[in-house]
Design a protein around this ligand. Structure first.
Ligand code: MSP
Length: 522
């Protein structure tokens, strides 16, 4: 059994509300997953929710609900959100699921047995009102804490620690020897810069159950629950183990009891190929996570792929100021593919992005309505009008252009260069629109002596539309499917190999053309 290409998103705080940033991360990951499937790889795509912790416990209490009931309601909303984005995840992890907890406890037991965990006093600034420890980041410029925290006092309590600090030299060496472990390079340099200039401390991984019970119990010390980051990061590994990946589970031998040695449907997932995350959580993924795995003798993931953050109109998005983009409202008004297109075309994986409504409309109008939409609509309408929708004999005039774009796009998809892949695809859209203007089929149609030339032009246009549908599928799945339907083709354009020139044959009858991206007057 071969290992699948295994890709993940971060898992989202269940009590946060889904916004543009979350949608972006899921869509980026979805496009990579769909691209790999289209290129013939078997893929497993995991996304999900981070459900434990003080804030969830408090929010549930405030609403008079049990934390589990509170999480269940929110989880349903998050799952609906993913569905609205057209996300093709294969599973949905929730950190409150027993399948996840069992693996986290096995990892903790193993680390404990290896002497990687110890108990020591934890010292910090504690807000009694909000029942949480504050950090230096929570201090106001004058050094005090905001009155919203109420009384803040230094508190010392015993907790469990993970011996992370001693792995610092190993991690530096590992990241230097594996230049693609953190990507893009700017993020990798940032991690190395941090590791070389600061001393890592051991990681506190527990909270007393008396104070916080909404967490995974520390299996060897029932007075404590596991504190969130250890729990959250482990999701990437717990699900492969729980699903029956025997090789993934092997390092937990003696610590993980289940039917795993004889799973009903074996699967090979671990190590993950790509963890897609945002820039704010790089340190957890590129420092804590590899060290946790190394200490437990579990193979490391191959790559942490870091995207930037979205702003709106040049400012941080914030619910309190109302400066937000609601992905679902945009999708309702403009369609899912228009939304997917804008975020992928506007922002490369890495830098920060800025959403403006004007920028969104401009791309919709120029690239979707006038670019792709117009090309497909006029190509198929002319074929319908001048040839009753019957595809003429094969002609290869645009074949070199299309073939070059197919080759370039494949290379870019293999490198996860999604924005450049779209630019490559759009170079074919532009080329084909120029071809219409240059060959002027509407003029050819008036001259019976030009019938053969008109046949050639119409074939090239229909076939280019078909190739485009295949190339677009990972990005704009609904649009790709519509182009196929309008071409009268059955099936889904989800195999990259179908992008080879010459797929539509003479005599084939196309379907009904209809605008893909209706022009909107604003
Ligand atoms: N629960 C943790 C992650 C645990 S992963 C083991 C968390 N959750 S989050 O809901 O706050 O963020 C989830 C993802 O959304 C992160 O990768 C984060 O970077 C991303 N984004 C949150 N706001 C964003 C933008 N404004 N723009 C782009 N991505 C953003 O952190």
């Amino acid at each position: 059994m071969s290992k699948r290409f295994y890709i993940t998103t971060a898992i989202y705080y269940v009590n946060g509300s889904p916004h543009l940033g979350h949608a972006y991360e899921k869509i980026v990951t979805d496009v990579i997953a769909r691209s790999r499937r289209s290129l013939g790889q078997e893929v497993f795509f995991l996304t999900g929710l981070d459900e434990h912790g003080q804030k969830v416990q408090q929010a549930a209490q405030a609403e008079g609900k049990s934390p589990q009931a509170y999480c269940d309601e929110l989880a349903a909303q998050w799952q609906a959100f993913a569905a609205r984005l057209g996300i093709t995840n294969d599973d949905f992890v929730r950190t409150t699921q027993p399948r996840h907890k069992a693996v986290v406890q096995a990892m903790l037991n193993k680390l404990h047995a290896r002497g990687e965990l110890y108990k020591a006093p934890y010292r910090g600034w504690y807000s009694w009102k909000e029942e949480t420890f504050l950090t230096e980041k929570d201090r106001l410029p004058d050094g005090s804490f905001d009155p919203v925290w109420g009384e803040v006092k230094e508190l010392i309590e015993e907790n469990w620690y993970f011996r992370m600090a001693k792995y610092q030299p190993w991690l530096i060496e590992f990241i230097e020897a594996n230049p693609t472990f953190v990507q893009p390079d700017s993020r990798r340099n940032e991690v190395l810069g941090f590791l070389k200039s600061q001393t890592l401390e051991d990681l506190c991984i527990s909270r007393p159950a008396a104070r916080l019970n909404w967490g995974i119990p520390i299996p060897f010390d029932p007075d404590y629950v596991n504190y969130v980051w250890f729990d959250a990061l482990s999701n990437y590994y717990s699900i492969p183990v729980a699903l029956g990946d025997i090789e993934a589970a092997a390092p937990l031998k003696g610590f993980y009891e289940s039917e795993i040695s004889n799973p009903k449907s074996p699967i090979r997932l671990w190590p993950a190929d790509i963890h897609v995350i945002g820039k704010d959580i790089v340190r957890f993924h590129a420092v804590y996570w590899p060290i946790m795995l190394k200490a437990a003798d579990i193979p490391l993931p191959k790559q942490v792929l870091v995207h930037g953050w979205w702003q709106k109109d040049g400012d941080k998005m914030s619910k309190t100021t109302g400066n937000v983009v609601d992905p679902l409202a945009v999708i309702d008004e403009w369609g899912l593919d228009a939304f997917r297109f804008y975020v992928l075309r506007e922002l490369d994986i890495g830098p920060d992005g800025n959403w403006t409504d004007a920028g969104f409309r401009a791309r919709y109008q120029a690239e979707l309505a006038n670019g792709l939409g117009n090309l497909v609509n006029r190509s198929l309408s002319m074929l319908k009008r001048y040839r009753q929708g019957i595809v003429p004999g094969r002609s290869d005039e645009l074949s070199p252009d299309a073939t070059k774009v197919v080759t370039d796009t494949r290379t870019l998809l293999e490198k996860n260069e999604l924005q450049r892949a779209l630019l490559s695809i759009w170079s074919l859209v532009t080329r084909a629109n120029q071809y219409v203007d240059q060959t002027a089929p509407f003029k050819l149609a008036k001259d019976p002596a030009q019938a053969k030339r008109l046949d050639e032009v119409l074939y090239n246009l229909a076939e280019t539309c078909r190739v485009l549908a295949v190339l677009l599928w990972p990005f704009l799945p609904d649009t790709a499917a519509k182009i196929y339907t309008q071409l009268g083709l059955t099936g889904t354009p989800d195999k990259f190999s179908a992008a080879a020139w010459g797929g539509v044959s003479a005599g084939h009858i196309i379907g009904e053309p209809a605008p893909l991206f209706p022009r909107k007057d604003v």
